[in-house]
Design a binder for this molecule. Structure first.
Ligand code: NAD
Length: 506
């Protein structure tokens, strides 16, 4: 049972609430109840939002405000959003199935502290820097400026709706851009609430627009819209390829945060108590619906059986259940389609020769008759060539792959089209650092997992993405670079014009 009243939520375009002929139902994945309805935007609403964003950008009260003024408003927004934290947690957990612990700490807590980080960045970012004085071919002083792009499109997934949207909205606003957000169909509520809070606390109308809608319709229009200068996307690699194609029509700047198939590499000198819990945490938190999850455990063949036994024993303590119960460790997966997909991956793996060491099905008993539940599942007898080891399942499924020596572990870790995150478990820091240097991955955590720190860049090698979010350079992705060259040569005679005009004075 959810505690939210079924309310109808409107789009936010140009500072106005906008309804539509079509509505979408928003479901609670834990019991399939309808928690809200939302106006469904289409291409015409995206066009209106882009026009409003362009008008706000040209009007200039945000785009031409000083970075300090923008930072002050952003901090005020973050404080007001913090005051509304319970509402945001409720909106998010009721639509994406996060547990209350997960939604409070990670989903909303991180989202707001990261937004504050982007406010700080507005002030610390190097907006202009002098280049070294040049004396050839003429004496000149150049200055490198960073300027806002204009209108930025942001397309977000359902797993961390506010967090991953603010990873885009935060730097875009800090840089003075206007933004149009197309949230995921499952989870538009928290960013709609955030946009309202932002406008109530000083963000000019039209700077942040939110248009819920279908990806192939509203999302595709946003990704291809000629009025958008940059598109920032988080989602599946499959849709990421399509976003790239759609953005190519007007050669937009693109950042893509896509899928993963992370290795958790357990070396033979690992502290096994820490490694066992770390591998479980790396894979099963939020039912494995995290892009940087470690879904392939690479374990020395010499300790494989012992390691699997310990994994299974510890995993049995994970409590699946009501998301609002503070004791619950795991909630449901996002929807029925995704549940069926996860179960079919497990079936396929078994058909390919894998053994189910734990789980493999839906939990039974009270509370599981409705909703989309999948047990934490551990599969052994898996080879890295099997489909279950190559494709992103996006569910609570861990495969354990034995290896002979360190060279083989590194080869298996890198044998993937993805390269988002990896973990290494070892009691020898020097050895682990040496292994980390050989791993093709945007993040490598030694004796840790899921370390998302807003002060360092996050993103993927290979098909896990293009560009980086977070970190001190995050605003690079949301600004244009302009070089202004100031001639100091002191006159025409000191310039190389005779390259062209050698006969002009004959
Ligand atoms: P998805 O790719 O299906 O959808 C993501 C967004 O794209 C949604 O808003 C959707 O409406 C929109 N969309 C769908 N088709 C579109 C189209 N043709 N044109 C424009 N927009 C379109 O992803 P999902 O299932 O919501 O999220 C799960 C995926 O996201 C996983 O693959 C996961 O790894 C990835 N993810 C990556 C990161 C990261 O930072 N690398 C973080 C979280 C999730």
């Amino acid at each position: 049972m959810t505690t939210l009243e079924v309310q109808h939520h409107l789009m936010r375009i140009g500072g106005e609430d906008v309804d539509s002929d079509r509505h979408m139902d928003i479901f609670d994945p834990s019991d399939e109840s309808v928690v809200a309805t939302v106006a469904q935007g289409d291409a015409s609403h995206i066009d209106a939002a882009v026009a409003a964003a362009q008008a706000a950008f040209e009007e200039g009260s945000w785009s031409r405000a000083t970075p300090q003024e923008r930072a002050a408003v952003m901090r005020r927004i973050a404080t007001a959003a913090n005051d509304a934290v319970e509402e945001l947690v409720e909106l998010e957990m009721s639509s994406n199935g996060a547990t209350v612990r997960q939604a409070t700490g990670f989903h909303i807590g991180y989202a707001l502290s990261h937004f504050n980080y982007f406010a700080d960045l507005a002030e610390s970012y190097q907006w202009s820097r002098p280049a070294p004085m040049s004396s050839f071919p003429t004496l000149a002083q150049s200055t490198v400026h960073r300027e806002p792009i204009g209108v930025v499109g942001a397309i977000a997934p359902w797993n961390f709706p506010l967090l991953l949207t603010l990873w885009k909205v935060g730097p875009a606003l800090a840089a003075g851009n206007s933004v149009v957000v197309k949230p995921d169909e499952h989870t538009p509520l928290s960013i709609l609430a955030f946009a309202r809070i932002a406008e109530e606390n000083g963000l000019p109308k039209g700077v942040l627009n939110v248009v819920p809608g279908d990806g192939r319709e509203a999302g595709a229009r946003l990704a291809s819209h000629p009025g958008i200068g940059k598109i920032a996307f988080t989602g599946s690699t499959e849709v990421g390829r399509e976003i790239m194609r759609l953005a190519s029509g007007t050669v937009k700047k693109v950042t893509l945060e896509l899928g993963g198939k992370g290795p958790s590499i357990v070396l033979d000198d690992a502290d096994l108590d820490m490694a066992v819990d770390g591998v479980l945490y790396g894979c099963f938190v939020y039912s494995g619906q995290v892009c940087e999850s470690g879904t392939r455990a690479l374990v020395p063949a010499s300790i494989h059986d012992q390691f699997v036994e310990r994994l299974v024993q510890r995993a049995k303590t994970i409590q699946i259940g009501p998301t609002r119960d503070w004791d619950t460790d795991l909630g449901p997966v996002i929807d029925g389609k995704q549940k069926a997909r996860i179960l079919s991956y497990i079936e396929g793996a078994v058909a390919d020769g894998a053994t189910v060491a734990l789980g493999g099905s839906t939990p039974s008993g009270d509370g599981f008759d409705k909703g989309h539940w999948v047990e934490p599942t551990i599969l052994t007898n898996v080879h890295n060539n099997m489909r279950i080891a190559r494709e992103e399942v996006f569910g609570p499924v861990l495969v354990v792959i034995p290896y002979g020596d360190e060279t083989e572990a590194i080869a298996i870790a890198n044998d993937s089209e993805y390269g988002l995150a990896a973990s290494i478990w070892s009691s020898d820091n020097e050895r682990a650092l040496n292994v980390s240097a050989q791993i093709q991955s945007g993040s490598v955590w030694i004796n840790d997992a899921h370390q998302i720190n807003c002060q360092v860049p996050f993103g993927g090698y290979k098909q896990s993405g293009v560009g980086r979010e977070l970190g001190p350079d995050a605003l690079d992705e949301y600004t244009e670079t302009k070089v202004v060259h100031l001639d100091l040569s002191g006159g025409r005679d000191r310039k190389p014009y005779d390259l062209l005009l050698s006969h002009a004075d004959d």
